[in-house]
Design a protein around this ligand. Sequence first.
Ligand code: PRX
Length: 626
Amino acid sequence: MSNRANYEAFYRRSITDREGFWREQAALIDWHQPFDSVLDYNRPPFAKWFVNGLTNICYNAIDRHLAARGEQAAVIWVSTEVDRVEEISYRQLYQRVNAMASLLVEMGITKGDRVLIYLPMIPEAIIAMYACTRIGAVHSVVFGGFASGALASRIDDAAPKLIITADAGMRGGKVTDYKSLLRDGLAAITVEAPKVLVINRHLTTTPCPLPGEVDFAEAVVRHVGKEVPPVWVESSHPSYILYTSGTTGRPKGVQRDTGGYAVAMRASMRHIYGVEPGDVMFTGSDVGWVVGHSYIVYAPLLTGATTILYEGLPIRPDPGVWWSLVAKYHAKCMFTSPTAIRLLKKTGVEWIRKYDLSCLRTLFLAGEPLDKETHRWVSEALHGSVVDNYWQTETGWPILTNFAGLGLLDLKFGSPTVPAYGYETLLMDEHTGEKVGANAKGSLMIKPPLPPGCMTTVWGDDARFVETYFSRFKELYYATFDYAMVDDDGYYFIMGRDDDVINVAGHRLGTREVEEALCTHPSVAEAAAVGIKDDLKGQEIEAFVVLMSNVVPPSEDELKNVVVRQIGGIAKPKFLHIVTALPKTRSGKVIRRAILAIAEGRDPGDLPTIEDAKTLDIIRDAVHLR
Ligand code: PRX
């Protein structure tokens, strides 16, 4: 059978015999108690997978492999920031996770409690995540690049009992003081203050004691050698919350289950990524993003593979560092973002050619559009297959992809190929709500139930889950908020977001978040942020700010830094202009589309509802000055 026919049969079965298909996939993990039925879909769009099955993710990712691969490396930590390498075998990981789990239990953490993890790329980040899932606690990892405002809103929403943090992280040789960011975040919360557990790396010279903090190294000593039995949880028990941005300023807590996620992760390694027990996978991302959760932390270990955890930049000490890791540790599969590859492309192909990369079977890229040029360049440089895969924090694993495991389909540059098994995708006309045919643009929708591994609800807010994702058209379909097109061969092309989400270097940010951060400055009356095209990062942020009357104008840098302090460096606007007015509709809504068009040098077109067309000139003049 050709790869295409094989894929089609596999895909069709996942839709027409959904329960039979996923029953088979569920055998890829261990169940403490078998499930009664594969799917409960009595309350659309809420899907419960593997009903009444009991399992544990940590058990499946660690304990299960001890007999056959206890001495195999589970995690290889490489830090070019502090010049260290640590290989942690499955047995050592088991011991370290148990010790931390035992400490968490002593600190009063039990099943269902939330634990916020705010850590750099160190082994303790992975250990903390597994210590939580071992005891049924729900982790909420906050990306280390986020600052105090982002932390505070996530603490308020998840109400964690405990925060696990470090004194500091390092990026490009520069120290980021995590504890002072956390202190500022804690000062702004409205919920009860959580306990704080600190992993001290001795990187910062400015001590910042937090009230009641516990030093991890001191506290864990009493727990070394202890074993904590895995807490068997229902398949639908939440494993974690991961916040992501949307149209509104308030980030949404994407909630994931346990059984469905474990099955989806292991299955995706087999069919999509082509990774099996004993293989090595290197994912150049951050544990604070969904790609890190799924393909640094969970999927590789659920598979019995080795994961590489890299702390540092891809171009430091030199632009060959990632390829050197692939070659040295024989990575079979690598995964990163298009931005990282565009960055490496600028430094020249010789950095790739320097290494014997024959071990590398496939490079996967996701998180933002992969332009044809970069796709072609990296495929030629590697003499190998480079797979563009499209998905979201919400889904946890690819919606559209090619398949290293099942057998690669013909590649088309610019296309993330075809729907993954389990996803019934369709395109709908955004105005009429009718299905669109081949070669026409539409909103990419998924017919529910969403497959295992996808978000099960918005944390603490079922209504918001339905309103946000399932209320686009009259049918109860899941909205991805991306435009797409399908060609005559069934290949998909993603054409950008259809909401106000900006994607900077694969980092998803809401325009509203940036605007709200700017408005915390006492001199700012209102603000508009747009994502303008950028050759390296895909998009960059350009912001326009209107000041209160009679204030001394702050400098542009001061305003940019407000965003950095509130959200983090990833959200820093590239350009910021102080203007006297913003283009608005007669009902008072800022017309971001018009601002974006002008900022990108395009004609904003007809704007029949604009209140004052002169505001367009104000934006034009500001943009001319950059
Ligand atoms: O707009 C799409 C874009 O990134 C969004 C999801 O971002 P996030 O929640 O951070 O999850 C990233 C998981 C890989 C999508 O709605 N996006 C992601 N992958 C692609 C993409 N756009 C085009 N091509 C892709 N391969």
